[in-house]
Design a protein around this ligand. Structure first.
Ligand code: ARG
Length: 458
């Protein structure tokens, strides 16, 4: 017999039970469901809607059920549909009619809206902690590499010299925004939907604020229709996670490139690489590749939810049960990626000589030589052209700008003097870029200080 079976003359078809049931995937919300029910039962007692004794019995039995679940003593039933009904059914089987009073003034619609919020709030905190861990790894690598020069790229063509610290701190900024987005998402999620009922609230004098307070919510939802049918918070979280994965994927892509023989900028630790079943020489960056690949999966969940919610009329519709697998999978994926990704970074070895050589090779100081001419009174656009010709000459003669003799320099501009050699060194190019946000060692050091302040402010 279903808990809602009163108006039915026969049982549900077995196929429908399987089709309709969400217990396979929503059982993971058991703890939040029970904590929500305990708060609800407590409030029902305090407001005189049920007696104090009944309230206490319900709460204690729910606590016992919670520990039985955690001890692995309980098997959920497919035909009890979902986690909410499974737990209510167990409660009733243990304390009979008193158990039947728990659902007073409540619907599964506001109950599920509550449970997902509670579940996701906890998950957001876990993900934020993992991000902080990643940020600390990035800070450590940056501190060690304030002077490690490598080319910065645009269009994947060598552009201007920067440092590895500066490059890594760019990712610090991205993940910092991710932390901020997750915090924003958390605060919008942090409103209690319980009390919305099925869609139109309830006539019982529930104290919604008491429940909100007990469960750690900042406020209560302001419209009962919206309270039960809003899944913005899930979509918002999926957007945050998609952006976060996009950042991880970009860094993964760089690591994959850098660890190729062609770049040779980094070598991944053996413990964070894999081999080939046929090619004995291979050492593959699977961790980075999987992080990159799993990004698509998280985007998929975002698309799932946007599409599920599109054109749903108010208020609750069963379509919304499809939210869970998408959000759970995205949350699981991100939680699986972050720690292994952080450790891969932390154990990665840098091949600094190769980085330096690459910076020397690609005319990355060409802008600085143009700037050198500007300092000697030549307008920038003319300087650009002169140095462009100089680069062409160097390519034809297979040399770097720094390797040219003074005589060769003079052939391009009379203004060039002996100081050019020191002015265009890679070190000087980097050190000169000390505007806020630039790659100069002292500037990046300041960025690292700010980064540490941000982390300790969390
Ligand atoms: N398992 C359902 C879900 O996840 C709970 C809400 C069901 N409400 C209903 N009226 N059938 O959405």
């Amino acid at each position: 017999m279903k808990l809602w079976g009163g108006r039915f003359e026969k049982g549900t078809d077995k196929l429908v039970d399987d089709f309709n049931s969400s217990i396979r995937f929503d059982s993971r919300m058991y703890k939040h469901d029970i904590l929500g029910s305990i708060a609800h039962a407590n409030m029902l007692g305090k407001c005189g809607i049920i007696s104090t004794e009944e309230s206490t019995l319900i709460q204690n039995t729910l606590k016992a059920i919670l520990s039985d679940i955690e001890a692995g003593k309980i098997e959920f039933e497919i035909d009890a549909e979902d986690i909410h009904m499974n737990i209510e059914k167990i409660l009733i089987s243990r304390i009979g009619d008193t158990g039947k009073k728990l659902h007073t003034g409540r619907s599964r619609n506001d109950q599920v809206a509550l449970d997902i919020r509670m579940y996701l709030k906890d998950e957001i905190n876990i993900i934020k902690d993992m991000l902080v861990n990643l940020e600390n790894t990035i800070i450590k690598i940056s501190e060690d590499n304030l002077d490690t020069i490598l080319p910065g790229y645009t269009h994947l063509q060598r552009a201007q010299p920067i440092t590895f610290a500066h490059h890594m701190m760019a990712y610090f900024e991205m993940f910092k925004r991710d932390i901020g987005r997750l915090s924003d998402c958390y605060s919008r999620m942090n409103v209690l939907p319980l009390g919305s009922g099925a869609l139109a609230g309830t006539t019982y004098p529930l104290d919604r604020y008491m429940v909100a307070n007990e469960l750690g919510f900042n406020d209560v939802t302001q419209n009962s229709l919206d309270g039960v049918s809003d899944r913005d918070f899930a979509i918002e979280l999926l957007s945050c996670l998609s952006i976060l994965m996009m950042h991880m994927s970009r860094l993964s892509e760089e690591i994959i490139l850098w660890s190729s023989h062609e770049f040779g900028f980094v070598e991944l630790d053996d413990a964070y690489s894999t081999g080939s079943s046929i090619m004995p020489q291979k050492k593959n960056p699977d961790v980075a590749e999987l992080a990159r690949g799993k990004t698509g999966r998280v985007y998929g969940s975002l698309m799932t939810m946007l599409t599920v919610m599109k054109s749903l009329p108010l208020a609750y519709n069963k379509d919304m049960q499809e939210d869970k697998e998408a959000i759970f999978d995205a949350v699981d994926t991100v939680k699986m990626c972050l720690p292994v990704f952080s450790n891969m970074l932390a154990t990665m070895k840098l091949r600094k000589t190769n980085m330096y050589k690459a910076a020397q090779g690609g005319f990355t100081n060409a802008t600085d030589i143009a700037d050198y001419l500007v300092k000697k009174g030549i307008p920038f656009r003319s300087a650009h052209e002169i140095i462009g010709k100089m680069v062409l000459y160097c390519i034809e003669n297979n040399k770097a700008i720094d390797d040219m003799s003074m005589e060769e320099f003079k052939g391009f501009s009379e203004k060039i003097e002996d100081d050019v050699y020191t002015e265009i060194s890679l070190e000087k190019c980097v050190a000169g870029r000390k505007l806020p946000g630039g790659p100069a060692g002292e500037t990046v050091l300041k960025a690292i200080e700010n980064a540490k302040m941000f982390i300790s402010s969390l």
